[in-house]
Design a protein around this ligand. Structure first.
Ligand code: ASN
Ligand code: ZN
Ligand code: CA
Length: 344
């Protein structure tokens, strides 16, 4: 049979009807995108392990999704293809963000796609990137606290762990681990904004589409004031290095929000934010595009595996100097926003 590229669409869980580039193979279509490095999505069939004799790998095989008419999913989680639509779309939007904004083709920057497996395990309340398979894994959630973890921000967050791994390779503990997590939250958020999907518009919340009524909050994390989750920190202190990386990320997330939007109260895409600074200063934002450029250049040129928050500040000042000049408003804003979270 001949194999060729085809334009389809899918009814997603969180993003309405979305375009999908697929592969026609004989009389069926595969959820595989030749325009984005061959990235594809497969079904883990609720398994977690691939066991051969006595050895088990966390590597349930993903059977690529197929469809007969190239209109995928139903928009309801009961259809197994629906979460696959979201996962594939999330990978597409992450690919497009990095390519359109940073000229980076694929997570490794080499034009190669990654793959996704959805329906991992049962009631699995997480999603993760794995460098060794160059793949994403998505749980369906337990349905009470969380639904399927296939939202744009979660997809962008997890795949950014792959970008970080191929660039600064920030060690996943201590302050460098918090910075690694913040890098994923920042670019997951920028992916969500860049996608411009009216059913899942950009915001400074992480996982707002994924949380269900049994979850105690409206989102997993909040960038304007990370302490709204009850565990993350808004401000750097000597104890930051001892926190879980998903809580010490608050310092970086808060910095990022302040750099983009500035301190005080503000409404963006209909969501109200209020971001106080740690030192009572006021910060004027320079916008999301410049935040993304500065952070990406810092990540790919200046940060190393051991970069801590002080090092992140230095890296971003260097990046801002390269991009906008040492006397620029942008350079000044980077310093002001780090100072506002008690760094520098
Ligand atoms: N979803 C989690 C994260 O990306 C998985 C992990 O703990 N690494 O942070
Ligand atoms: Zn993460
Ligand atoms: Ca979000």
């Amino acid at each position: 049979d001949s194999v060729e590229h085809a334009a389809g669409d899918g009814k997603s869980l969180y993003g309405g009807t979305v375009p999908l580039e697929t592969t026609a193979s004989g009389s069926t279509y595969q959820l595989k995108d030749a325009t984005r490095g061959g990235t594809y999505t497969g079904d883990a069939a609720n398994r977690t392990d691939l066991c051969i004799l006595a050895i088990c790998l966390n590597r349930a095989p993903a059977t690529v999704f197929t469809d007969t008419d190239n209109h995928w999913g139903t928009g309801a989680a009961t259809d197994r293809s629906t979460a696959a639509v979201d996962a594939q779309y999330g990978t597409d939007m992450t690919w497009d963000y990095y390519e359109d904004v940073h000229g980076r083709k694929g997570i490794a920057g080499d034009g190669k796609g990654s793959f996704n497996r959805v329906h991992y395990g049962n009631d699995y309340n997480n999603a993760f990137w794995d460098d060794s398979c160059f793949c994403m894994t998505y749980g369906d959630g337990d349905g009470t606290q969380l639904g399927p973890l296939v939202s744009l921000d979660v997809a962008g967050h997890e795949m950014t762990h792959g970008v970080t791994s191929k660039t600064a390779a920030l060690t996943y503990s201590g302050e460098s681990g918090g910075l690694n997590e913040a890098t994923s939250d920042v670019f997951g958020t920028l992916v969500e904004f860049h996608a411009g999907n009216s059913a899942d518009p950009g915001d400074y919340l992480i996982g707002e589409k994924v949380v269900r009524s049994g979850f105690p909050r409206s989102a997993l994390r909040y960038m304007d004031k990370p302490s709204k989750d009850g565990v993350s920190v808004d401000c750097w202190s000597a104890g930051t290095k001892d926190l879980d990386v998903h809580y010490s990320s608050g310092v970086g997330n808060h910095f990022a929000y302040l750099l983009a939007e500035g301190s005080g109260a503000r409404t963006v895409n209909g969501v109200r934010y209020d971001s106080p600074t740690c030192d009572g200063s006021s910060v004027t934002g320079i916008g999301r595009d410049k935040l993304g450029r500065i952070w990406y250049r810092a990540l790919t040129v200046y940060m190393t595996s051991s970069t801590n928050y002080a090092g992140a500040r230095a890296s971003m000042l260097s990046a801002a100097k390269d991009l906008y000049g040492a006397g620029s408003v942008e350079y000044g804003a980077v310093g002001a926003a780090w100072k506002a979270v008690n760094v520098g």
